[in-house]
Design a protein around this ligand. Sequence first.
Ligand code: NAD
Ligand code: MG
Length: 380
Amino acid sequence: MNISILGSTGSIGTQALEVVDDLKGIKDIAVLAITGNSNVELLEAQARRYKPSLAVIADEKKYNDLKCRLADTNIKVSTGEEGLCEAATLDKCDMVLSSIVGFAGLVPTMKAIEAGKDIALANKETLVTAGGLFTDAVKRHNVRLLPVDSEHSAIFQSLHGGNRGELNKILLTASGGPFFGKTKDELKGIKKEQALKHPNWSMGAKITIDSATLMNKGLEIIEAKWLFDVFLDDIEVVVHRESIIHSMVEFCDKSVIAQLSLPSMKHPIQYAFTYPERLPSPDRSVSFAELKALTFAKPDEETFRCLALAKKAGRMGGIMPTVLNAANEVAVAAFLCDKIGFLEIGEYVESVLSKYENKLNFTIEDIIEIDRSVRLEHKI
Ligand code: NAD
Ligand code: MG
């Protein structure tokens, strides 16, 4: 199999390359293209090791640097959105791992679908913003869409336990993040260093903050709605602190089927790469005797407003999830630069949402424009 990895220098991208190494000799995967935004050193090291035909540095200011570094190889170097789209559509590529963070992943992922590539999807923001257009394109171009987000991979795997018509609801698990159980007062002075410490997962900065605000779970509800063609009200969030059950589905006979494994993104990445097969993994087994107990709780949507806001935007549909997503990206970036406090992330998202009128029919160009307008007109 030949793959392109959009976002190879990130948390998902680097783990995907480890999966490629793990599978060597069991299922050989050639990496045709890799991309990064600004980490030229890492992209160069990956290019030398995996020998793709194309390496793309999205930040145009870094293009010359990467080009010089790879001058002694026959690897083509490109840049900008054009370069990302080239990486997403290479002739010999079978599958694109969409693991750029944020809205920036949308256009290249859509181009990959239009070029007939199967998609392993980590970038949830694409489904949140362009869900209907995205899933229509997947059907039209007859490509496979395999979830990489751990919860969605778990749901996808659990759904094999029954027929779609027999599904009652989805139980989407949430770790609760580093601030589970805290009150609004206790969250006031939170510093980014505290918010960046996730109890179970090591991830990129943006999704780590989203996990702390529970926006991540809100985005995942919308992601699940589009991936599995269900109503938002048929998705229930369950806080499960241990992150062992990655999500569950309940069928009409009230049987619940779940997928369990130790928290490692390499599991869902590998499953997306090998589906429908399961291949050996070097991961450790779950030891139930060591774990002793698994716990469950309700999420606190009063304190963690972002979850409620995402549900609201998701129910409204149309362009509102795009507004929510863009506002959240702006707010998280501002929080990471110490410009706003932790609780202000939700306050800002709520205020931006209130400034937009919904529009139910839209094109990709429309949401690109809306995303741009949120970033320009509501700068922090
Ligand atoms: P990350 O920040 O570690 O990596 C992001 C990648 O995108 C990097 O390669 C970076 O260079 C690239 N990138 C960033 N901005 C870009 C831009 N403007 N143009 C082009 N490339 C750009 O993020 P991550 O944690 O790997 O997450 C990637 C995606 O996967 C996100 O959508 C996230 O929600 C999703 N996801 C991540 C995890 C996880 O465990 N990390 C789990 C589930 C889902
Ligand atoms: Mg997840």
